[in-house]
Write a new protein. Structure first.
Length: 438
């Protein structure tokens, strides 16, 4: 009797919370239309087809608002670009748009490339050491993001502290994201105190950026008159945490896949070595002319999109591809499932970057950075960072996997994509100059 009552109250929520990615896959792959589910007291619609993505995020976007699930991010991000809506979001988006394009973007990419080349040289000293890619890429991409967006440098001690705080915040939000009620957020529990401590650590480190705003922060500074001083804190936190964390996870999968696929390393090296100075230098202008490295990054983002889900809420009754959507329903859009739909991708579970060389995917079937007005403003920067990372890693190092076959490694479907339970670990061997083609 109790089990039936629990099932009636909780619906699909226990199965979803136990394995979000597996649950979404089992319900959506091969399905031509959105799938209704019951997540506790909430009616939810799982979206994983190009036409449904287009309807919710582009054509019918006025009928959908930000999902309540993403409101769980506010203790960390405040009202930044990810969580804000309305006039606050539009004003911030308009203010930073120019900073993420044109000459400003190229300046930022150039500064990030300088960090990457320096860190590559330092990484050579760790030859033979067991390296945790999530931590390694987390600290590396954080330094690159700080250079590109805040025009500042972060030393190893600072990056380790910020990375550690980011991990604590990510784990806490992942743990609580799908709970109907999060008591830890309401009570002064140990977990909540640790989460608040992580936020304080992050705020301490961004304080320096706020005292001398550069790049996007300088563009946002005038908004303080309308929205108050918190606007800089919230946007700086959003840029730092979202900017490095999602790129770091994609970078970790990129490097680990390369370590397991020597055929792909051989495929990339001629192009990569032509763009780098034997693995120790990189002209940012060359990043636009690296089709193989770009395809490699795109395939990583297809199979391992860091933002594996996006939430919206129906503001009125609607119909998506024949599926009724009641007002108030949660809409869970999953790029993870969209990128694996057999109707859109040949051999969808096979890692094959050549597919991006042969054809141009439907823009509504490949959405690693979202789509519509809320497309990730840092998409070009992230692509540049990941492409450059592929160039430097295959040019400078031989990579040895230490976590087993990549096909058996399952990421955690948290607030963003998380590393698999056993981690992503490699060893590196520095390539000798004699082995590098002229």
């Amino acid at each position: 009797m109790f089990a039936k009552i629990k099932e009636a109250l909780m619906g699909d929520l226990p199965a979803f919370a136990a394995d979000p990615i597996g649950f979404v896959e089992s319900r959506t792959l091969g399905q031509p239309a959105p799938v209704p589910v019951q997540l506790g007291p909430k009616k939810a619609i799982l979206v994983a087809t190009p036409s449904a993505f287009r309807h919710v995020l582009v054509d019918g976007r006025d009928r959908y608002g930000k999902g309540s699930e993403q409101a769980r991010l506010r203790p960390l991000l405040g009202d930044g670009l990810i969580t804000a809506s309305g006039d606050r979001w539009k004003a911030a988006r308009d203010a930073v748009k120019s900073s993420f394009g044109g000459a400003s973007l190229q300046q930022g990419i150039g500064m990030a490339m300088g960090v990457l080349c320096q860190e590559t040289a330092m990484l050579a000293a760790r030859e033979g050491e067991l390296l945790d890619l999530h931590a390694l890429m987390g600290e590396l991409t954080m330094k690159m993001v700080v250079a590109a967006l805040f025009h500042a440098r972060m030393d190893t001690q600072q990056s380790a502290a910020v990375y550690g705080a980011g991990v604590v915040a990510h784990e806490r939000l992942t743990e609580t994201m799908w709970r109907a009620i999060d008591l830890d957020m309401l009570l002064p529990t140990r977990k909540h105190r640790r989460f608040k401590g992580a936020i304080r650590t992050l705020e301490t480190h961004i304080a320096g950026f706020l005292s001398n705003p550069c790049g996007p922060l300088a563009a946002l500074a005038p908004l303080q008159q309308q929205f108050g001083p918190a606007v800089l804190r919230d946007e700086a936190m959003t840029m730092l945490v979202a900017g490095f964390e999602t790129t770091a996870m994609a970078a970790a999968w990129l490097v680990y896949i390369l370590s397991t696929r020597p055929d792909l390393v051989d495929w990339l090296r001629p192009e990569a070595e032509g763009a780098s100075n034997g693995g120790w230098g990189l002209d940012p202008a060359r990043l636009r002319d690296l089709p193989r490295c770009k395809a490699m990054v795109q395939e990583v983002l297809r199979l391992y999109p860091s933002t594996w889900w996006v939430a919206r809420q129906a503001l009125a009754d609607d119909v998506i591809d024949g599926t009724p959507v009641p007002k108030g329903a949660t809409i869970l859009l999953s790029p993870w499932a969209l990128h694996r739909q057999p109707a859109q991708w040949a051999e969808p579970s096979v890692f094959n970057p050549q597919r991006f060389m042969d054809t141009v995917p439907d823009k509504f079937a490949f959405v690693p950075f979202g789509m519509g007005p809320r497309t990730c403003v840092g998409a070009q920067l992230a692509m540049a960072e990941l492409t450059a990372l592929a160039v430097m890693m295959v040019s400078a190092f031989d990579l040895i996997p230490e976590s087993g076959q990549v096909e058996r490694l399952r990421p955690v479907g948290g607030v963003t994509l998380g590393p698999p339970a056993r981690g992503l670990k490699i060893r590196i061997s520095t390539r000798k100059a004699a082995r590098i083609a002229a």
